[in-house]
Design a binder for this molecule. Structure first.
Ligand SMILES: Cc1ncc(C[n+]2csc(CCOP(=O)(O)OP(=O)(O)O)c2C)c(N)n1
Ligand SMILES: [Mg+2]
Length: 569
């Protein structure tokens, strides 16, 4: 008997390097699942498809390898959407096998019919349906190749009757994976060097595109005596072993990088597509390097934009640059950054009334976590503390939803990281709102035997949104959360679980939590009024906070204002 199309698709995924497929089975996917079970690809049985998409993108980003998700028709494959937006924005090579109803019923509003092509258009680099068994292999190859080479999500829609059909004799289409050297022309490199030579106070602002270019960026900084600021996504690759580091700018950044970038006369943007325009200097010469030509000059006008990978470009540029001796500009901001870090460490203490501040909790995790730990932080205050406070060393990696900004990303991403690196310590820093949003997948840690370490920053509210409301001068609305004792719930589910409210017992509890051989959840009651301070005193938020304080007092909530001030002194 010949092969079925389902088998051909699985064979092609295997040859493209897929090791794990995250999802939930269902009628239209059953034949594919049967073929998968006979292959070397492991199916990871999730509780919610969205978490499966987060997991796949975690694995794809960490190992830079194609990872699959698969779902049943209609709601099954629809549920991946938010996680696939996350994956696509993060340029993670992920392929969705979206099973579909039978071809003969398409277009008649049949039960569970969903037009996946229009649904997934906005979050994919490839989105096609396999229309006949005769082009199943070719189309699957194209999907994989697009996800890998364009770096994003490929959606392959497969009607159930196509899956179940006999495969046709197709030519031997196969996936080709290679990484070309991409760098600017000689003329562009000369122009870059000439512009840089005109600069006096040169700063570097590097993003995730510099991820594999740590040594080249540090060499460039040394050559130009230029301070290096980085984006949130550049933190794990640029902060460590970098004497020129001045931290992050942006809303959750630090004063050193914020002021440096606004006051330099020449700015080198290296592999960053940082979106917030108000953090770019208005009077500096800006030179931008990016592998994606469509990123050049799209956030802020630039003097010169060149196309290339940061690593290849800097290797070709460095021989053209003279060594500089005057390090005054760099030293000023490196010193300022040291002071920023000292100020930050003074805030990493228990808060008012012996409460545990989120910063204190993060400082303890930073101290106790393994030197090669992987961290996934929920959107909300956990991701802020993760990026501001976790110390990087070249082996630790951090994952946050920094481009899509979705809640509940931490748990799913952590599951993917742990699945593909079972022996490594993986820590999920969850918000109480974020965790409860996709709570079912806490069970996946047991189902799949993943020793994930989950810590809940439990402030009993949608804290980040409450801060936004207050900074607009509004009283908090709809932000309270009625939570169970997550420590006890975890125990009831079969995980190790504990709840901590007393700062004095936090360190011992955190150590015990991290020592557990299996999945473990530490629920920490963190101070509900802790503020996330921006790296500047912007008039808007300051005025908003003042207005909130006045409104709160008028509404008889003066004690809240007092508590907020006490907790953030
Ligand atoms: C899916 C989704 N829904 C809503 C939001 C808006 N939002 C951003 S942060 C946040 C609060 C998160 O609360 P929690 O997880 O408890 O973290 P906290 O800020 O309290 O630490 C909300 C509602 C979002 N980013 N994503
Ligand atoms: Mg919360």
């Amino acid at each position: 008997m010949g092969k079925k199309v389902a088998q051909v698709i699985v064979d092609t995924l295997v040859s493209a390097g897929v090791k794990n497929c995250y999802g939930i089975v269902g009628d239209t996917l059953n034949n594919f699942a049967a073929s998968l079970s006979r292959s070397e690809i492991q199916f990871v049985h999730m509780r919610h498809e969205e978490a499966g998409a987060f997991a796949a993108q975690g694995e794809a980003l960490l190992l830079d390898r194609l990872t699959a998700v698969a779902g049943s028709c209609g709601p099954g494959s629809l549920h991946f959407i938010n996680g696939l937006y996350e994956a696509n924005r993060n340029r993670a090579p992920v392929v969705l096998i979206a099973s579909q109803i039978v071809r003969s019923e398409l277009g008649f509003d049949f039960i569970q019919e969903v037009d996946f092509k229009s649904v997934y258009k906005g979050c994919s680099v490839f989105c096609e349906m396999i229309l006949t068994p005769e082009h199943a292999r070719r189309m699957t190859v194209m999907a994989c190749q697009a996800a890998i080479s364009k770096r994003g999500v490929a959606v392959l829609i497969v009607p159930v009757d196509v899956f179940d059909s006999d495969a046709a004799d197709e030519p031997a289409f196969s996936v080709h994976v290679n990484r070309p050297v991409v760098r600017p022309s000689e003329a562009d490199l000369d122009e870059m060097a000439a512009l840089i030579a005109q600069g006096s106070n040169i700063a570097i602002y590097a993003g995730s595109g510099s991820g594999n270019a740590h040594d080249e960026v540090v060499q460039l900084a040394e050559r130009l005596k230029a301070p290096v600021a980085h984006t949130t996504r550049g933190k794990d690759s640029l902060e460590y072993d970098n004497p020129h580091n001045i931290g992050m700018t942006g809303v959750i950044g630090m004063e050193s990088a914020y002021h440096c970038i606004l006051s330099c006369d020449t700015l080198l943007l290296l592999g960053t597509d940082f979106a917030w325009r108000q953090f770019y200097p208005s009077h500096a010469r800006i030179i931008q390097v990016d592998i994606d030509p469509t990123h050049i000059g799209r956030r802020h006008p630039v003097t010169l934009g060149v196309v290339g990978s940061v690593k290849d470009t800097l290797q070709a540029l460095l021989p053209r640059l003279a060594q500089r001796e005057d390090s005054t500009f760099r030293d000023t901001y490196v010193e300022r950054h040291k002071k920023d870090l000292e100020t930050q460490s003074t805030r990493a203490t228990p808060g008012h009334h012996g409460r545990i501040s989120g910063q204190y909790l993060t400082s303890i995790i930073n101290r106790l976590a393994a030197p090669d730990a992987l961290f996934a932080g929920d959107d909300g205050t956990p991701v802020v503390w993760l990026h501001r406070m976790m110390a990087m060393n070249g082996r630790r990696r951090i994952f946050g939803s920094l481009l899509h900004g979705t809640m509940a990303n931490g748990l799913g991403t952590g599951i993917g990281l742990q699945k593909c690196q079972p022996g490594r310590q993986v820590i999920v820093m969850a918000g109480d709102g974020g965790l409860s949003m996709l709570f079912g997948d806490v069970m996946t840690t047991l189902q799949e035997n993943l020793p994930l370490k989950i810590v809940v920053y439990n402030n009993g509210k949608l804290g980040f949104v409450e801060l936004e409301q207050k900074s607009e001068g509004l009283l908090p609305q709809y932000t309270d959360l009625k939570n169970p004792d997550f420590g006890l719930v975890a125990q009831a589910m079969g995980l190790w679980g504990k709840t901590v409210t007393d700062p004095d017992s936090l360190e011992a509890a955190a150590a015990e939590w991290l020592e557990q051989p299996g999945p473990a959840l530490l629920n920490v009651a963190v101070a509900p009024m802790e503020l996330v301070m921006p790296p500047f005193t912007a008039v808007g938020p300051a005025y908003g906070m003042a207005m909130y304080s006045i409104k709160a007092i008028l509404h008889g909530k003066g004690s809240d204002v007092f508590e907020m001030i006490q907790e953030n002194l």
